[in-house]
Design a protein around this ligand. Structure first.
Ligand code: ARG
Length: 461
């Protein structure tokens, strides 16, 4: 009966519908290499504790090497009778090493501590891959910022023209959240650095196995201090799902802007042909599909996080089979990001920005009104009054259907006793950005420093 792993107390095999529901080999097979690595370390611990002699240990390790070869070559695959990857691999081991030796490996471990360990190993590997991909994206944003340092664009709040800013400053505002995500991944890896292997089903084992030794062999600094927590918790899996969702959200926000910038109305960017798509009916179309897919997949990443949190809520200690439901969402989040980030990076790297168009729009919508108010403040006018005066100047310009610099000298003077035509000195977008020169400001000198600071942070991660 099935039950390669647990048949003993059952007189009947699992019903076909139970077997179908219970089966996880179609998704947990990708943990096979971690399972085999765990088995190697576990064999060492069994030998050290006297449960395998020298020859048995060598035989076991050789058999595991052969098993791994077969798995990689797809010579050994999941059978219909296998419930999960752990049971399947024990079946494979016994095929190679025989039931006598192969049957010894399971002592002192449980699928509960195994799976908790393998999920950590999987997340560790893939979060490193995702971090590398994100670093490339941050670097590409920094390069675009450097390349376009002279471009001034309309900075917006509420999607309305607010104040002119450097395009570079805006692009870097998308890079910093990604740097924080990189920092989160690194921080997450520190918490991940404890191996649950040795926790057994929940309470440890009576065999005196050295869990720290196993942990070290699997690349962890130490083993979990509490065997119940080790097998029952998935907060770290949820933490990864959050980071993945946050990365998705951050890419989605830039995607949304690229989609807008790419419209006829904005005309801020041109997408490279290799990073855009066409229409099956409209010959002229060139669509920003990468940005749209990135935006769409953010929803999926959020869904993976919410689903997982809902699964974890109210689970009593220790292991419950519900925990098997952590795998598919987390695999999906990993696969989604590993697919999206490189395409997104290529799209950003090959974007052409239209500086002239951005500059043309930058002073429109009275975006220099704050500069007028601060010009008055520098002349000792209280800001409350300065705000009012600048607002009246906007009103006058709006009534005439011109921008602030379209008002005549007389019209400017007529707005308020505090105003004079000298205010024209701040009615330029270049002056506006150049004078916002505090730390974190949009002045070219500060933004150039910011690019260097970003690169330093990236290098120090
Ligand atoms: N496949 C399970 C999981 O992903 C591990 C197996 C534990 N099964 C059990 N009956 N205790 O969590």
């Amino acid at each position: 009966t099935q039950g390669a792993l647990w048949g003993g107390r059952f007189s009947d095999g699992p019903s076909p519908e139970l077997a179908r529901l219970s089966k996880s080999t179609h998704f947990d097979w990708q943990l096979a290499k971690y399972d085999i690595a765990g088995s190697r370390a576990h064999a060492g611990a069994l030998a050290a504790a006297g449960y395998l002699d020298e020859a048995e240990l060598i035989g076991m390790l050789d058999a595991l090497t052969e098993l791994e070869r077969r798995v990689v070559a797809a010579e050994f695959v999941a059978a219909d009778s296998d419930e999960d990857v752990h049971g399947a691999l024990e079946r494979g081991l016994i095929e190679i090493a025989g039931p006598e030796l192969g049957g010894k490996l399971r002592a002192g471990r449980s699928r509960n501590d195994q799976i908790a360990t393998f999920v950590r190993m999987y997340l560790r590997d893939h979060s490193a891959t995702i971090a590398e991909q994100l670093e490339t994206l941050v670097d590409v944003l920094a390069q675009q910022a450097e390349h376009n340092i002279q471009v001034i664009m309309p900075g917006r709040t509420h999607l309305q023209h607010a104040q002119p800013v450097l395009l570079s400053h805006h692009l870097l505002a998308h890079a910093w959240p990604l740097v924080r995500n990189l920092d989160r991944l690194r921080d997450f890896d520190r918490r991940l650095d404890e191996s649950p292997y040795g926790a057994g089903a929940l309470a440890g084992s009576t065999l005196g196995l050295d869990a720290v030794r196993v942990a070290r062999e699997l690349g962890f600094t130490s083993s979990s201090p509490n065997s119940i927590d080790a097998t029952a918790s998935r907060d770290l899996v949820a933490e990864f799902a959050f980071i993945a969702a946050q990365i998705g959200i951050d890419l989605s926000r830039l995607s949304e802007e690229i989609i807008l910038w790419n419209t006829k109305e904005f005309g801020f960017v041109t997408l490279h042909d290799a990073y855009s798509t066409g229409s099956s009916i409209m010959p002229q179309k060139k669509n920003p599909d990468i940005a749209e897919l990135a935006r769409g997949k953010a929803g999926r990443l959020i869904g993976n996080l919410s689903g997982l949190l809902a699964t974890l809520k109210a689970l009593p200690l220790a292991y419950n089979r519900d925990l098997q439901e952590d795998k598919e969402p987390i695999f999906d989040s990993v696969e989604t990001l590993e697919l999206v980030v490189p395409a997104f990076t290529g799209m950003v790297a090959t974007l052409t920005f239209h500086g002239e168009r951005m500059r043309e729009l930058a002073p429109q919508g009275f975006s220099l009104a704050t500069d007028v108010a601060e010009w008055l403040v520098k002349r000792q006018v209280p800001f409350r009054v300065a705000h009012e005066v600048s607002g009246s100047m906007v009103q006058a310009a709006e009534a005439r259907g011109v921008d602030l610099d379209g008002l005549s000298d007389d019209e400017i003077s007529a707005v308020s006793e505090h105003l004079s035509p000298e205010v024209r000195e701040v009615l330029s977008v270049d002056g506006s950005v150049a004078t916002r020169d505090g730390r974190g400001g949009t002045a070219p000198v500060r933004v150039t420093e910011q690019i260097a600071e970003l690169r330093e942070r990236l290098a120090s991660l």
